[in-house]
Write a protein that binds this ligand. Sequence first.
Ligand code: UDP
Length: 425
Amino acid sequence: MLSVHTSPLDPPGTGDAGGLNVYVVETARRLAARGTEVEIFTRATDGSLPETVRMGPGILVHHVPAGPFEGLGKDDLPGQLCAFAAGVMRTAAGRPEQWYDVVHSHYWLSGQVGWLAADRWNVPLVHTMHTMARVKNAQLAEGDSAEPPGREIGEAQVVEAASVLVANTDEEAGQLVRLYDADPDKVHVVPPGVDLGVFRPGDQSDARRAIGVPEDAELVLFVGRIQPLKAPDVLIRAAAELMRRDPTRRDKLMVGVLGGPSGSGLAHPESLQELAGELGLEDRVRFVPPVSRAELAQWYRAADLVTVPSYSESFGLVAVESLASGTPVVAAAVGGLPVAVGDGGILLDGHDPALWADAIAELLDDDERRQALADAGVRHAAGFGWDRTVDRLDEVYRQARVDHQHLGIDGAHHLLDQVPSMVSP
Ligand code: UDP
């Protein structure tokens, strides 16, 4: 696996570590448990990191030096891809021939390196986009900057070069075909998952005691990296609107914002804190830096609702984690969120805080409806275990290898076909 811009060893929830990291870790663990050796290449961002780390049984993480350890953002990394690819080649040079069976690259930067690696090793390239510039640029949040044309071109090259494209949802598969001209035959839909062992329903009062939230509070959460695209400000504005409509809510409504900063713009934590202050909510919004997976599950269980107001989201792991923990979701009807949420919540068009306030109040004020959505959500999330994802990935890898071998033979036939014409008079 290639994960150039973010390491599977980084805890998710801040900077560039988010759903992609969770995806790589969860799939690698399960592939390894089934007997597939996994090696993950990521950029070295700290001089004290060992060259290779064993992440778990059957999983190695290689730290590839490419540019200075610190001070490079994701946008600087296109300039380091040659160095990264050279590092990958050097690591593999010590291996016997045909060491790797499949290259799976995550995000377009890794896809660029995977393109070369798969070609060099004569193996199939399986690629997952995670996010796409052309999709993001069509749904930009206020204060967010457009992705540069270089990324779009780089993504299109990877789409062309990959043997298989793994899409999270049918919607993403369609976008690959429509916006990137992908060959529909090589696009496979493999839904991502949730760790159903960690994110499971539990007693709300116990969870509240564990994290220090009063029993009688109304707790609404945002969970994710704090960036304009994810629009946590919509929840804060909606909370202010709810308190304006019903001042008695001021004493019980609490907003939790879980996650660290990522990128810049309107939704940076300081500006969110400022926004909460301007709206008179400083004592009603709790900012919580990324916590462990187990503690995060407690937050989900403690909450009455989780909101996902993103402008664009290729899937939205947070939504399924919340449902699996027994908490309904109010989400923007964008990208993969309708699939992730299913019948476990409400989907909204647009980001008008008044609209979000309506939906949040509707559910907070109706315990029965909330419980019905929670029950449906738990059932819905049960269909998204990571084991299922890995069943499908395993199939995709196997098929990609078979197709690649046939392609090799066909390629050879193609050459043989030319021989007579070369030798005949
Ligand atoms: N996350 C976390 N701690 C936080 C915030 C987020 O562990 O404080 C995790 C969250 O549980 C989820 C991932 O980061 O697994 C975010 O994935 P998602 O698909 O929702 O968004 P992405 O980061 O891929 O844009």
